[in-house]
Design a protein around this ligand. Structure first.
Ligand SMILES: Nc1nc2c(c(=O)[nH]1)N[C@H]1C(S)=C(S)[C@@H](COP(=O)(O)O)O[C@H]1N2
Ligand SMILES: [Mo]
Length: 352
């Protein structure tokens, strides 16, 4: 795991160098960021059980083998992204809490498992009801099991999985072995690793991870004044884009330089990516590369810029299918938790 830049050893939080992230559309498991809130739980897959309970007609308790045998296998290519991705850019405005993630708290994989909807329907859930699906995991955070919830409609959506594998191999321990939820388009926090229990209920989870953390606050709210009940619960992720190559501070030879990165639009599509070689005064359109049939996966982009000698600020901004683009400055969306940092990504380079 030395291939990752480590923010913290306990809990283990680490992200790949950005050129590694841009190397393959599907992020290799050992180059995939890890975000954990507690210690890695030790789980014996042969005794692991998943219980499904709450507002369901037929609660049950299944082993890994039972789940595999009872439900058809499904694979979804989807991007996982932390709500704290690119937090480092927000720190340039004013201090924020949490690890200073660069643009690497994101990755894309083929997730294979069974559809969460199939599991919930087998338990006899009532579709259409205004319910929430709460999850509980094996890891412990501040004395409580990790727990979050998602609205029932998203839990029943085709793209939402109970995943056992990543890019065709069993999940690595740090990514949730033996089973995790994958909620494409939602912030990573809603995709619990090391799952052990699913409860269908009337209200969102009362676990602090759901009730207090991962909420978006206005700029005048501080850690001291924040009322979690008034924060916006982060689910769908905003439009974002990042430059992965060249790296920040690179010394480049004058002439043609290839600039590469990723863009992502939550549950929408990226329709255009503009790249600037002069800090946003002029723009050119990058070539886009998006996998077919993968609406929840990122878009790779690339452009060749002709850069004259001097210091330059490379800048990127994406546009989505609703015709929206990103804020220019981190000040525009600054919040004390440093969530949803999605302003134009800027990389200074020196051309000689
Ligand atoms: N059980 C559990 N699930 C979890 C977490 C955790 O700490 N414990 N972290 C969440 C957060 S905040 C993110 S961004 C993703 C990260 O998934 P990854 O480490 O596989 O990249 O997992 C989510 N699921
Ligand atoms: Mo996260």
């Amino acid at each position: 795991m030395a291939r990752l830049n480590v923010h913290s050893e306990r809990p283990y939080n680490a992200e790949p160098p950005l050129d590694r992230l841009r190397a393959h559309y599907r992020t290799a498991a050992d180059h995939f960021y890890v975000r954990s809130h507690g210690d890695l739980p030790e789980i014996d897959a042969s005794t692991w059980r998943l219980s499904v309970d709450g507002a369901v007609a037929m609660p049950f308790n299944l082993s890994l083998a039972d789940l595999r045998a009872r439900f058809p296998e499904a694979t979804v290519t989807a991007t996982m992204q932390c709500a704290g991705n690119r937090r480092a850019d927000m720190r340039t405005v004013a201090p924020v809490s949490g690890d200073p993630w660069d643009a690497g708290a994101i990755g894309t994989a083929d997730w294979t498992g069974v559809r969460l909807g199939d599991v919930l329907r087998a338990a006899g859930v009532t579709p259409g009801a205004d319910l929430h699906v709460a999850f509980e995991s094996h890891d412990v955070v501040d004395g409580r099991p990790y727990g979050v919830s998602i609205p029932l409609a998203k839990a029943l959506a085709d793209e939402t999985l109970l995943a056992f594998a990543m890019n065709g191999a069993p999940l690595l321990p740090e990514h949730g072995f033996p089973a995790r939820v994958v909620v494409p388009g939602f912030a990573g926090v809603r995709s619990p690793k090391w799952l052990r229990r699913i409860t269908v209920q009337d209200n969102p989870s009362d676990n602090p991870m759901q009730a207090d953390d991962y909420k978006l606050f206005p700029p005048d709210v501080t850690a001291e004044t924040a009322d979690p009940a008034k924060g916006h619960t982060i689910e769908t992720m905003p439009l974002n884009a990042a430059i992965c190559e060249p790296p920040r501070g690179a010394r480049i030879t004058a002439g043609e330089t290839t600039v590469r990165g990723y863009a992502i639009a939550g549950d929408r599509a990226v329709v255009r990516v503009d790249v600037s070689g002069d800090g946003g005064r002029s723009w050119r359109q990058a070539t886009l590369d998006h996998e077919a049939d993968a609406p929840f996966a990122w878009t790779f982009w690339e452009i060749v810029l002709d850069l004259p000698p001097g210091e330059h600020e490379l800048t990127v901004r994406a546009w989505d299918s609703a015709g929206q683009t990103q804020p220019a400055q981190p000040d525009d969306t600054w919040n004390f938790k440093g969530y949803l940092s999605a302003s134009w990504h800027r990389v200074r380079v020196e051309v000689a």
